[in-house]
Structure formats: C-alpha cells, structure tokens
Design a protein around this ligand. Structure first.
Ligand SMILES: Cc1cc2nc3c(=O)[nH]c(=O)nc-3n(C[C@H](O)[C@H](O)[C@H](O)COP(=O)(O)O)c2cc1C
Length: 149
C-alpha cells in the first residue's frame, strides 16, 4: 500500500508540520508515503491520496481561499485521481468559514472523499504551541483513514 500526500501552502509553517505528522504516522504503520507539494507531484501510482492545503485571504484577490495553485492542480488532474480513495484537509483560522473552504476542494474532486478534516493553523510563532497540540488529532485522523481503506 502506498499513499500519496498532495498539498499546497505558501509558507513553511502549519501545513508542512501536518504533512510531517501524517507521514510519520503512516510510516510507523509501514505504509509507503509520497508527500509532495502539488507542483512537484507528477506520478499518480499510489493506492490512496491525502489532499489539502492552507487558506489565505491575501493577496485580496484570493478572497479567502485554499491555496489557488492546489485547486487548479486538482481541476487539471481529476482523471488521475479517479477511482482512488481520497481524504481531504484544510488548514485555516476562520473556523466559521471552514465549510466554504473545504467546499473549494470538494468541487474540484471527481467524487466525495472518504473523510475530511479541518485543522486550525497559526499565524505567528507565538500561536504555535496551541497548534502543536493537534499532532495527536493528526495521528487519530490518519488511523481513521487507514481504517476506511
Ligand atoms: C497572509 C495570511 C492570510 C490568511 N488569511 C486567512 C483567511 O482569509 N481565512 C482563514 O481562515 N485563515 C487565514 N489565514 C490563516 C492561515 O490559514 C493559517 O495561518 C495557516 O496556518 C496557514 O497555513 P501555513 O501555516 O501552512 O502557511 C491567513 C494566514 C496568512 C499568513
């Protein structure tokens, strides 16, 4: 079993930390992992995918959006994802808008994911401690994904 993790972020902060946690949880259970930013992801030979990214409201033209490059990538690669189980996640701070943000990913996918997860990201280092508490949530989510595969 091999899992592909495809993500979008413009910073080396919360999303990248989550990807590391996802990867180590999967590898602990002897699952092979290919984790790459969407623009480095070329080979879709994995058995399942975890797909997600960070939400930003600036530049203003993005208007509060999952990283636009990731959304475009999903639109362009729908065919490659067909018939593979996938799980989606977002990293944001405005929890009230989480359904809107997740919807931006869902509308680009060929079918409904097996599970969806919202993580609360952080802006600056002073908020990072609260964010790090989500490592356990990330691990539990990975187990939920594996149970469903
Ligand atoms: C420039 C900027 C704009 C942001 N705008 C939004 C927003 O409109 N809505 C939201 O829910 N979160 C917003 N956030 C919070 C981010 O989603 C959060 O900081 C998350 O950790 C970003 O992922 P990253 O740490 O991988 O960059 C913004 C963050 C930054 C840095």
């Amino acid at each position: 079993m091999k899992v592909g993790i495809i993500y979008g972020t413009k910073r080396k902060k919360a999303t990248e930390a989550l990807i590391k946690w996802f990867k180590s949880s999967l590898e602990k259970q002897e699952i092979a992992v290919e984790a790459k930013k969407y623009n480095e992801f070329t080979d879709f030979n994995q058995d399942a995918f975890i797909i997600g990214g960070a939400v930003y409201g600036t530049p203003l033209k993005w208007g509060g959006s999952v990283y636009p490059g990731l959304l475009k990538f999903l639109e362009q690669n729908q065919k490659s994802l067909e018939n593979k189980p996938l799980a989606t996640f977002i990293v944001c701070s405005k929890m009230k808008k989480r359904e809107k943000y997740m919807g931006q990913i869902l509308e680009k996918l060929p079918y409904k994911p097996i599970t969806q997860k919202v993580f609360k990201g952080y802006l600056s280092e002073k908020d990072k401690d609260n964010f790090d508490n989500q490592k356990q949530i990330a691990e539990i989510w990975i187990n939920e994904i594996l149970d469903k595969l």
